[in-house]
Design a protein around this ligand. Structure first.
Ligand code: DQA
Length: 137
């Protein structure tokens, strides 16, 4: 099973960024743990702060991988272009968020990704990504 985690803007700062909201673990550490724990999964990771790069990656792997775990971060709430990319591909997408976006500002309650996601996992910290791996398995 070939799965990729795609992280959007500012998620490269996990561990340093607002630790009271996003925790104090770096994504690289967490990803390493997941690679070891789910070593039968061909797990990949991509992060970009740039909308077009996220779209390019979704297009590049969206007809061959078995699953995409997508945290588009702030682009979740703004990007019609990423939503269209998710709609255009055949690989199923699970939308994840670290924080419970519904308990935060109202602009975070809207997601352009959700209507075309296979499922949504929100608010379990980095565990949200692990739950998405398990869902694909
Ligand atoms: C986030 C929630 C978004 O609202 C925010 O812009 C992020 C991270 C999350 O994982 O909780 O950058 O996607």
């Amino acid at each position: 099973m070939k799965i990729i985690i795609i992280n959007g803007p500012n998620l490269n700062l996990l561990g340093k960024r607002e630790p009271e909201v996003y925790g104090d673990e770096t994504f690289e550490d967490f990803y390493f743990l997941m690679k070891n724990k789910y070593n039968t999964v061909d797990l990949h990771y991509f992060q970009s702060n740039i909308e077009g790069e996220i779209i390019n990656k979704i297009q590049e792997i969206g007809f061959s991988y078995d699953g995409i775990i997508l945290n588009a971060a702030a682009y979740t709430h703004t990007s019609v272009a990423i939503a269209d990319a998710v709609k255009a591909i055949t690989t199923p997408v699970i939308e994840v968020h670290i924080s419970n976006t519904f308990s935060r500002e109202s602009f975070r309650h809207q997601s352009y990704i959700s209507p075309n996601a296979k499922g949504i996992i929100i608010g379990f910290g980095l565990k949200s990504y692990e739950l998405a791996i398990k869902a694909f398995l």
